[in-house]
Design a protein around this ligand. Structure first.
Ligand code: ADP
Length: 274
């Protein structure tokens, strides 16, 4: 048994015929809590999608739990929390229904929900603190609560690795703290985390490693202490990854939790914002 959970060697990912990130070499070991930092549009989400097979791969190798990704079929072991807008508000479903979809890949499509499925869904909802909202329509939740629904959906699959894309954007300080506590408990149980974020501080003491992505390349990979000592030199530009739509009217009192990377945005030509 290897304790290497994810391994990328000279990997390139993008969309259609356009590579967005190239030459990505990265290893994630069991128990790592890896923060992926970088300016908006630098390719952070694309790396995560590439690992999951949701972006096109142009070269290099990706292996998951020691197996080439193409040969890897134990998908529930990888939990994915996409950016918030993936939670559609056109289809109305309750918190419990959305979280229960996190169990689907665990069983054949024709089989019924088991007691174990129901327990896993209840536990995941409880972990993110939404038990009293379980029967509420997700469209009626605040943005921060919707993000917790997406996290619970990923946790319901009982993953070994949780890949999260900006889980704290638009989440107020109190709920960021709640989320960090949830993740801390899961890490203690052995969960490995890869989190795309621009709010390193929101993860408190959890993050053990940092990768910085700049214009489609990894420009820093090291432990958190080294990153914090050298942050200014590794982040050559200080674009604040800031989605315009991350301001949630329901999440009052959002405290901008900043690290050195979070400087006011300066526009980079050709870079998508949001
Ligand atoms: P980040 O997560 O660092 O903000 P992304 O990985 O989302 O960056 O985006 C990197 C680049 O890839 C951007 O130029 C963006 O326009 C492009 N991109 C992202 N998603 C898609 C997509 N689905 N199709 C085509 N281009 C995309």
């Amino acid at each position: 048994m290897t304790d290497i959970v994810l391994s990328l060697r000279d990997a390139s990912f993008g969309y259609g015929d356009t590579p967005v990130v190239t030459g990505v070499t990265l290893t994630v070991a069991a128990g790592d809590v890896l923060a992926v930092l970088g300016a908006n549009g630098s390719g952070k989400s694309t790396i995560v999608k590439g690992i999951l097979g949701l972006a096109d791969q142009f070269g290099g190798e990706v292996s998951v739990f020691g197996q080439p990704r193409e040969a890897f079929h134990d998908h529930p072991r990888l939990g994915y929390v996409p950016q918030r807008h993936t939670l559609s508000s056109t289809v109305r479903s309750t918190v419990r229904e959305v979280v229960a979809t996190g169990r689907l890949s665990r069983r054949p499509w024709w089989s019924r929900t088991t007691a174990a499925d129901r327990r896993a869904v209840d536990r995941a909802i409880d972990l993110v603190g939404l038990t009293d909202r379980a029967r509420v329509d997700t469209a009626d939740l605040s943005g921060g609560q919707q993000r917790r629904v997406l996290i619970a959906r990923a946790l319901a699959g009982d993953p070994d690795v949780l890949l999260m894309d900006e889980p704290t954007a638009g989440v107020d300080a109190v709920n960021q703290h709640v989320l960090a506590d949830v993740l801390r408990r899961l890490v203690a149980e052995g969960l490995t985390i890869v989190v795309v974020t621009h709010e390193l501080a929101a993860f408190e003491d959890l993050v053990t490693r940092v990768v910085v992505v700049d214009s489609g390349h990894i420009t820093f990979d090291g432990d958190r202490d080294t990153f914090e000592r050298t942050a200014h030199s590794v982040l050559h530009d200080h674009n604040h990854h800031h989605h315009d739509d991350d301001h949630d009217p329901d999440d009052h009192g959002t405290v901008p939790v900043t690290v050195e990377v979070s400087r006011p945005a300066t526009a980079v030509p050709g870079v998508r914002h949001g």
